[in-house]
Design a protein around this ligand. Structure first.
Ligand SMILES: Nc1nc2c(c(=O)[nH]1)N[C@H]1C(S)=C(S)[C@@H](COP(=O)(O)O)O[C@H]1N2
Ligand SMILES: [Mo]
Length: 427
């Protein structure tokens, strides 16, 4: 960067963090890539690139990513190998994405026993229990109900478990592997309250049992208050029918709640007066605290952020200007502020946030940074509109019992070495 430019840049925190105004300031030379001496004639005629000299590819019915981005894939985690290849998870490659929306083919998947091959013509949703009129609704009938649209994230309560206490040392893995059990879509579907009103909830109804049509019939208990508030039977994901991995033909969407409760391949809702205590909510998904007690249910996903670039699996390409960017989200509401540090938390600066800041939807944060090539530690810290602040990893580890893995929304740090190597570090 030229020294004249450097004078214009406002340093807002230690180790080269620049003010957000730098993004809008005129006359800044970010990389200084120069076109001097190149004549436009060289880009046409014989000197034109080969793809300008033959007709382009034919039209096709369903678009695919460029073959040059084929490496942008979900990473598969299959703990039981070929014995149960549909049991496990695949993570969103956050390192290769920008913006807030996850493309449908890259939405993370967590399935307990694979994707059922549901015939939509035969699939039905039952609503029964403490209702005046039990309902049996076919997929085609559900498509005729009034719909709503909202953008929100789904996050597995196991997201971040690789940065909990699985090993004595921080694990070195791509940012998608560390934080990619979180994806964001624009969901469209039928408000659950509408269907419950139609069935007529009876006095004493306080909970729902939601059950999936997969071979494990995964099921969870959900408070009626959430169902009547903002729950949705999702039918469309980013505009197209929900993908098989996400629950085709329909899934339960509970904005801000842990992913496990958002039952895929939804087939049954039973209205009850108490939680059902299903196998899926008693064998897993409880939070064990340091004092020996447990939170049986902890529905809302905490406020969290993660730097997705610079991050593993990549390395720095020499000193100079970088945009530090990542995602911040909260199950309690909207993210209002994200701070970034380049000196391991000694000093912080507010990052630029993408708009709009929607409730239970991530924001993309961005901070300009001038790396002088010295060892640095990058961190981000998110705040939401309900007053929640992301806690340090040290504070998180003492809150929960040793070995606890769920709901790790603590701050994660990337150390950058002089040779450009990036490492996950605990601080
Ligand atoms: N029927 C059913 N619903 C399910 C699951 C499942 O295995 N079966 N997995 C749950 C878990 S643990 C999570 S985190 C989310 C993941 O949603 P996704 O696969 O669409 O990302 O779905 C939940 N709903
Ligand atoms: Mo999950």
């Amino acid at each position: 960067m030229k020294s004249t430019t450097e004078n214009k840049l406002e340093k807002v925190a230690g180790n080269g963090l620049l003010g957000r105004r730098a993004f809008f300031q005129k006359g800044i030379v970010w990389l200084g890539a120069s076109a001097a001496g190149v004549s436009m004639a060289a880009t046409t005629g014989d000197a034109a690139p080969p793809w300008m000299k033959t007709p382009g590819a034919p039209l096709r019915g369903y678009g695919q990513p460029s073959p040059h981005t084929e490496a942008t894939q979900r990473q598969l985690l299959q703990p039981y190998g070929t014995m149960a290849p549909g049991s496990g998870a695949s993570v969103t490659p956050l390192q290769d994405l920008n913006g807030i929306i996850t493309p449908n083919g890259l939405h993370f998947e967590r399935s307990h026993n694979g994707v059922p091959a549901i015939d939509p013509e035969q699939h039905e949703l039952f609503i029964h229990g403490l209702v005046g009129q039990p309902l049996k609704i076919s997929y085609n009938d559900l498509l005729r109900y009034p719909t709503v649209t909202r953008t929100c994230f789904i996050e597995c309560s196991g997201n971040g478990l690789f940065n909990a206490n699985l090993a004595d040392e921080p694990m070195q893995m791509p940012v998608g592997h560390l934080h990619g059990l979180m994806s964001t879509s624009e969901w469209t579907g039928v408000p659950l309250s509408l269907l419950l009103d139609e069935a007529g909830i009876e006095a004493g109804a306080a909970w729902l049992l939601a059950e999936g049509a997969d071979p494990v019939a995964m099921s969870r208990s959900i408070p009626v208050s959430k169902a009547m508030d903002d729950a949705m039977i999702a039918l469309y994901q980013n505009g197209e029918p929900v993908r098989p991995e996400q629950g085709y033909p329909m899934r339960l969407l509970l904005p801000g709640f842990e992913g496990n409760m958002q039952v895929k391949w939804l087939r049954r809702i039973k209205v009850t007066d108490r939680p059902t205590y299903t196998k899926d909510e008693t064998s897993k998904y409880s939070d064990h605290l340091a004092d020996g007690s447990s939170n049986l249910f902890s529905f809302t996903m905490g406020v969290k952020s993660a730097i997705t670039r610079p991050a593993l699996p990549y390395r720095m390409q020499g000193k100079g200007f970088y945009e530090i960017t990542g995602l911040a989200w909260s199950g309690h509401g909207a993210v209002t502020r994200v701070e970034v540090s380049a000196d391991g938390g000694t000093s912080w600066a507010d990052a630029e946030l993408s708009s709009p800041a929607l409730s239970m939807s991530p924001v993309r944060f961005r901070s300009p940074w001038q790396w002088d090539g010295s060892p640095s530690v990058l961190m981000s810290r998110a705040h939401d509109n309900k007053g929640n602040v992301q806690m340090s990893r040290a504070d998180w580890s003492v809150k929960y019992a040793a070995g606890h893995l769920y709901h790790n929304n603590s701050i994660q740090a990337w150390a950058i070495a002089t040779d450009g190597e990036i490492k996950n570090v605990w601080s």
